[in-house]
Design a protein around this ligand. Structure first.
Ligand code: XMP
Length: 323
């Protein structure tokens, strides 16, 4: 019968058989799929696995620490963190177009990941022959069910890896749905914040700043986003909403009156949505008092923000993200 315990035992056995005494690497994104896949492989082959986390500086508040500290503490995994914030910010300087941003972030990600991978391969020890991927059952169906090769959808995937990949894939989540992956993650003792994480785009906050991406704007958006997340959690709404992008309209300014005088700042958009699969979505009817608390706190606590607006558009016609 299906239990998380059985799934874990089965996969640990299968991974050991597949990988033998070779080495494997796994890219961590901060998301639940890559985290659970890595934790399973770690359980199976321990120090034969090395994980890579590219810190592109576009993560939300606390998320990098969750991977660097909490995930490592929970799994004992060997982790190579690449601090690439400056590199990403330089590459993004002066760019406002959303598709352009996506391309740049995807390209830089692959370069940094490849470099890290080359360094790991160059270390002493047996060859690195395996790449761990958090492919889920719906991904398998979507991509035609192929197995064993590097068949990675570049669509929406900042971890989209190079085509000339020379690794064999280890995909321990291929038979699982998202809720099952969360249960397995829980059973493996992963931090709640990672296991229950809502969808977050690979390009991160880079596509939630309408306008150029700068360090200052990222810091500001991180604060606003952290407040919104905190209040939604306190209100017990995490399970009711699919995700809630918080967007900084950096190219728009609005007049406000704060403290003793007139301010000329930026609006923040709240985009809470309910959805089954992100293909369509409806805007979430959040309680007014929760919205009020988020609005008051953001305008009080986040410098340069003097207005909070609510996005009441379904998908279609609006996409979930603003960019
Ligand atoms: P949209 O904005 O297209 O988003 O309605 C649908 C879902 O996909 C996520 N999303 C992305 N995920 N890389 C990702 O990994 C991306 O470039 C990307 N763009 C959108 C979005 O957060 C939502 O869950």
């Amino acid at each position: 019968s299906w239990t998380t315990g059985n799934v874990i035992d089965e996969q640990v056995q299968a991974i050991r058989e597949q990988v033998g005494d070779k080495r494997a690497i796994c890219g961590l994104s901060g998301g639940v799929d890559s985290a659970v896949a890595a934790a399973l492989v770690q359980k199976a082959i321990g120090s034969q696995l090395t994980c890579v986390y590219v810190d592109h500086g576009l993560m939300r508040k606390g998320e990098t620490e969750q991977v660097e500290k909490d995930f490592v503490a929970a799994t004992g995994v060997q982790l190579k963190v690449v601090d690439a914030e400056e590199r990403f910010l330089e590459a993004l300087a002066g760019v406002s177009d959303p598709e352009e941003k996506r391309k740049i972030i995807g390209r830089e990600f692959i370069r940094v990941f490849e470099q890290a991978q080359a360094e790991i391969v160059a270390d002493e020890g047996p060859a690195v022959e395996f790449l761990v991927q958090g492919t889920l059952y719906p991904d398998v169906v979507e991509s035609g069910g192929g197995t064993g090769t590097a068949n990675i959808k570049s669509h929406h995937n900042v971890g989209g890896l190079p085509e000339d990949l020379e690794f064999q894939l280890v995909e321990p989540l291929r038979k699982l749905f998202k809720d099952e992956v969360r249960m397995v993650g829980q059973e493996l003792g992963l931090p709640e914040e990672i296991v229950q994480r809502q969808p977050f785009p690979g390009p991160g906050l880079g596509i939630r700043i309408v306008g150029e991406v700068t360090k200052e704007r990222l810091d500001l958006l991180r604060e606003a986003d952290a407040i919104a997340r905190e209040e939604l959690t306190v209100a017990g709404l995490d399970r009711d909403i699919w995700q809630c992008p918080v967007v900084l309209l950096a190219d728009v300014r609005s007049v406000g009156v704060q403290g003793d005088g007139r301010t000329y700042g930026h609006p923040i958009v709240l985009r809470p949505v309910s959805s089954e699969d992100a293909m369509t979505a409806d805007w979430s009817r959040l309680p007014y008092d929760v919205l009020a608390r988020i609005s008051t706190r953001i305008t009080n606590e986040v410098r340069d923000v003097n207005r909070v607006v609510l996005d009441v558009t379904s998908k279609p016609p609006g996409t979930i993200e603003w960019e």
